[in-house]
Design a protein around this ligand. Structure first.
Ligand SMILES: [Cu+2]
Length: 162
């Protein structure tokens, strides 16, 4: 193969990988819950589905009810669970992403007095391509949250919905 032909082939391959590939169509599935805060933080349980044929990314989450929200993943390092902060979380076309304790999760930093058992606060999700989505979050005891969110922990959080 000549050098010129090779570079043409590579160029076409790069175009195919980067070209426009459909539109994302995002929605929040099921209940959105946060645990009653412990030690000035609280984890949010949430599932985002992408019914479209284009990928997207969760790039930020905000609320008026805390100093901030961080996107974390829990990882086992040397036998200990540690949390790593992420800048963006891919939401694949036709797939869904689950946030829950022990896995990908959203973490409220210094929640205010509205984040108490039985309370509700507003969560806004910001995406790379899609419009913002704002949902109410119900505050529940940590054990109730765990019951709801650990049931399918073996499943891949980015699995297609089938
Ligand atoms: Cu965390």
């Amino acid at each position: 193969m000549t050098t010129r032909l090779l570079s043409t082939v590579l160029f076409v391959a790069v175009l195919a990988a980067c070209g426009p590939s459909g539109e994302p169509d995002l929605r929040v599935v099921g209940d959105v819950q946060a645990a009653v805060p412990v030690a000035a933080s609280s984890q949010i349980v949430l599932t985002i589905a992408n019914d479209g044929d284009g990928r997207d990314e969760l790039v930020d989450a905000t609320t008026p009810s805390a100093l901030g929200i961080e996107m974390h993943i829990t990882e086992i390092v040397d036998g200990r669970a540690t949390m790593r902060e992420l800048d963006a979380i891919p939401i694949p076309a036709g797939g869904q992403v689950r946030f829950r304790p022990g896995d990908l999760h959203l973490m409220l930093i210094v929640p205010d007095e509205t984040v108490v058992e039985g309370g509700t606060f507003q969560l806004t999700l910001h995406f790379d391509r899609s419009d913002d989505i704002t949902v109410p979050v119900e505050v529940v005891p940590l054990l109730d949250l765990a019951e709801e969110s650990f049931d399918e922990l073996d499943a891949d959080p980015t699995d297609d919905r089938g």
